[in-house]
Design a protein around this ligand. Sequence first.
Ligand SMILES: Nc1ncnc2c1ncn2[C@@H]1O[C@H](COP(=O)(O)OP(=O)(O)O)[C@@H](O)[C@H]1O
Ligand SMILES: [Mg+2]
Length: 327
Amino acid sequence: MSGTRALLEVQDLQIDIVSAKHRHNVVENVSFTIDHGETFGLVGESGCGKSITALAMIGLLRSPLVISSGSIRFRDRELRGLPERELRKLRGNRIAMIFQEPMTALNPVSPVGRQIAEMFVLHQGATWHEAERKAVEALASVQVPAPEQRVKSYPHEMSGGMRQRIMIAIALACKPDLLIADEPTTALDVTVQAEILKLMKELCSARGTAVLMISHDLGVIAKMCRNVGIMYAGHLVEQRPVEAIFRSPSHPYTNGLLNSLPRLGSRGIHGRKRLQEITGVVPSISAFPAGCRFQPRCERASALCATTQPDQADLGDEGYVRCFHHG
Ligand SMILES: Nc1ncnc2c1ncn2[C@@H]1O[C@H](COP(=O)(O)OP(=O)(O)O)[C@@H](O)[C@H]1O
Ligand SMILES: [Mg+2]
């Protein structure tokens, strides 16, 4: 492990949807780095391009989506254009991924212990006998009760929270350097959500696993991450340490996301305080406005915003914002 170089370096990533007649931009100019053991959050409303950014990083984008430019360096190796065979060696092994709905990722006709064991056989050359013993340990590590019995269960015999624990066990089985978690708790009840986040945080921090956490919920990101990138309509509009975002949000979109969060103490004797929603919706990719993409929804917008894309402005706390009227 080289202490100085980042684990993951995404540089000027551009993703387009390409058909015979059209080319629509989906993600543009996205750059971020994740250091060894760092937790980085990507946040933005649904449809902002978070998932396809994650898929692009591990070579899972499929037509009509294409990476038009940029680079994705993982441990000093360019992943863009790497043959599928090489990518497959990385996925599940050096880079693991957890999705919102574990049922789509789990095999419904295979006992969960077998699915965890498979990781040890596939990526570490373990024998099935060895791998099944390690699967019991892996289940215990994600705090599944009675792991010796539970390995024999099928996914449909488990609750959503338990299934997500299985996904975490599978993801972390080979001690990856990076875990990408795309809305891992969005489908769960609030209490289960908190338990799963706590578990992920403890396991990753104990093992030094870096995390790219993706969520539409800034509250979830705040619990997990040190640094955060705010994504709007395919652009990273602000990137800062998480506490700086909460202390002094700079981009009007970040401000809007914060104001729509339920806060501690906001529920007084008069019941729940009304949360302020950001008015309007994320534009569809065929209708991105010129200039700043947030401008049609922005209270601070001026004539300049409608014609010109703002450059990155440094904020002096390792962060930046892209807005003419920030602060
Ligand atoms: N396979 C696809 N074909 C066409 N458009 C897509 C495809 N996948 C995603 N998109 C579009 O790309 C944009 C970003 O999607 P996504 O990354 O899933 O957003 P997020 O994860 O932030 O909710 C959306 O407008 C979505 O409709
Ligand atoms: Mg998504």
